[in-house]
Design a protein around this ligand. Sequence first.
Ligand code: SF4
Length: 132
Amino acid sequence: MTATLISEKRLLPPCRAACPAHVNVQAYVSLIQRGKFREAVEVIRKDMPFPAICGRVCFSPCEDACARVNVDQAVAIRALKRLVADIEHEQGRVTPEPIPKIQRKSRHNRGWTCRVNSSLRTCKARLSRNCF
Ligand code: SF4
């Protein structure tokens, strides 16, 4: 079975092409192979936010499309997803650091200046009315 042409640029391996969420199977299986379970869960979450649920209930078309069947048997893609999700559940999820808000400086600090100008103008108007 060959890779599936999704678009001019994107050629997906059969497992990822068969997955309804196009989860990057190759990436997370290779991370699991290197013992990087947390990183594997984060890779899964990029395309599908429920690794623990899908690891239990998905009908896993990815495994039907797995090219490994040409050698011996399909990679247990769904079970691996369940494994890393359960490990994360046991060890607790590492929540990524929040991205600091960028304080945007406005060119003229318009809000404040406008208020001053308008109140100055009103003050001037009020003063002119009252004084003369
Ligand atoms: S088990 Fe389901 S969600 Fe996971 S890669 Fe396979 S098809 Fe996609």
